[in-house]
Design a protein around this ligand. Structure first.
Ligand SMILES: NC(=O)N[C@@H](CC(=O)O)C(=O)O
Ligand SMILES: [Zn+2]
Ligand SMILES: [Zn+2]
Length: 426
């Protein structure tokens, strides 16, 4: 007996076509796709009125375990992923301790598998302790399951260390994942350097702090032939540098977050620390450039940069509170409402950038719905509007600037490897 998911509009990001189809799931796999499949002897799940997308894939999540379980755990983070329609996530190594040894890579994968809400692909540190000095053992980390290397949370300050990392990663065919921040330029800033920071009389973070490191690293990627992936791109000039590098056939990919696509530093005036994130929310020109970059393929994929912090930590205020927003449970509805419902982007293209593209560039399974493929998919409701209610988050984090927004496209049911891992009770 299989599970027959009936009557949803199945979105195909590869062909750009969507139609009403039934999906038959047997075990962890999709066994059959077709119109009016035979129902007898199967459990039937009625999905009429919903849209089914390949399970979303987030290339940039902070799960906070080991060591910061007051902010999030592998259990709560993957529950949040499931509630947001994500069936696979990559997690960053800036935990405590830093994920710089194969033991922690194995711990994260096996812990996530034990809960089963989503598949977790660890990203291991580039340097020991993410101190920016000595490379980790890339070979051992890859064997344990790391899908790339990053010192996210900090930029690798030394060009020499970055070049050595790119050479080592190239031999293993894995990406170096760049948090671009030159600390001599970002300094002690707490928000974007600009009129709003001046008005509030707080230290700013220059756009150049990000752009110079992106420029440095595409040059190093060109010279070494390695794959470099740029995290959470935010300034207009950085989008231009990446666009140029792609024209020069540098192996560079890039992600953009929903908050950099939708918000600007003006929001700091009203939300204070609740609008504090790194890289910071930038100007309207920067935001618009990120949207253009996503539309023309300069920015390849969406990442949430889900970065949970406690209310007490955020309450320390704009200058001393931590950087970061949770994102897993709101990202799809945010982008659906802002870009698909308004006609700027097709639903197929959004599914491509939130599933197919990360699968392709990080060499992960999934990213499409096909016979013989993993039964990883999400059913979303684009017909009903709902409020972002942080009290209902599975994540321990409540730190989002999108609180109380009215959005369309919330997930209703998430299937991970054939199992129902999220079902909206409402
Ligand atoms: N994005 C953030 O504002 N914070 C991230 C670190 C990071 O992604 O650089 C965190 O770990 O809290
Ligand atoms: Zn970062
Ligand atoms: Zn991050």
């Amino acid at each position: 007996m299989g599970r027959l998911f009936q009557g949803a509009v199945v979105v195909d990001p590869m062909t750009g076509q969507s139609r009403v189809l039934d999906l038959l799931v047997e075990g962890q796999m999709i066994a059959q796709i077709g119109v009016d499949l035979e129902t007898s002897s199967h459990e039937v799940i009625d999905l009429r009125g919903l849209h089914v997308l390949p399970g979303l894939i987030d290339p940039h999540v902070h799960l906070r375990e080991p060591g910061q379980t007051h902010k999030e755990t592998i259990e709560t983070g993957t529950m949040a992923a499931a509630a947001g329609g994500f069936t696979q996530i990559c997690c960053m190594p800036n935990t405590s301790p830093i994920v710089d040894s194969s033991e922690w890579v194995t711990f994260i994968r096996t812990t996530a598998d034990r809960f089963g809400y989503a598949t977790v692909h660890p990203i291991a540190a580039i340097t020991k302790g993410s101190k920016g000095e000595e490379l980790t053992d890339f070979d051992a980390l890859k064997k344990a399951g790391a899908v790339g290397f990053s010192d996210d949370g900090r930029g690798v300050q030394s060009a020499r260390v970055m070049r050595d990392a790119l050479m080592a990663a190239k031999l293993l065919d894995l990406p170096i994942i760049v948090h671009a921040e030159d600390e001599t330029l970002s300094g002690a800033g707490c928000m974007n350097a600009g009129d709003v920071a001046q008005q509030l009389q707080v230290p700013g973070i220059l756009s150049s702090a990000e752009t110079v490191m992106i420029a440095r690293d595409v040059i190093l990627a060109q010279e070494t032939g390695a794959h470099v992936h740029m995290c959470h791109v935010s300034p207009e000039a950085a989008v231009s540098v990446i666009r140029y590098a792609k024209q020069q056939h540098v192996h560079v990919t890039a992600e953009v977050t929903p908050h950099h696509l939708l918000l600007t530093d003006e929001l700091v005036l009203t939300l204070g620390a609740q609008a504090k994130v790194n890289p910071p929310l930038r100007s309207e020109a920067d935001r618009a450039a990120c949207v253009r970059g996503l539309l023309d393929g300069t920015l390849d994929m969406v990442a949430t940069d889900h970065a949970p912090h406690t209310e007490e930590e955020k309450a320390r205020g704009l200058v001393s509170g931590p950087f970061g927003f949770v994102g897993l449970e709101v990202s799809f509805p945010l982008l659906y409402t802002a870009f698909v419902k308004s006609g700027i982007l097709s639903l197929e293209k959004l599914a491509y950038m939130m599933s197919t593209a990360p699968a392709k560039h990080f060499h992960l399974p999934g990213g499409r719905i096909e016979v013989g493929g993993l039964a990883d998919f999400v059913a979303v409701d684009i017909a009903h509007e709902r409020r972002v209610d942080v009290a209902r988050f599975r994540s321990k984090g409540r730190n989002t600037p999108f609180v109380n927004r009215m959005l369309y496209g919330f997930p209703v049911m998430t299937i991970h490897r054939g199992q129902t891992v999220f079902l909206d009770a409402q």
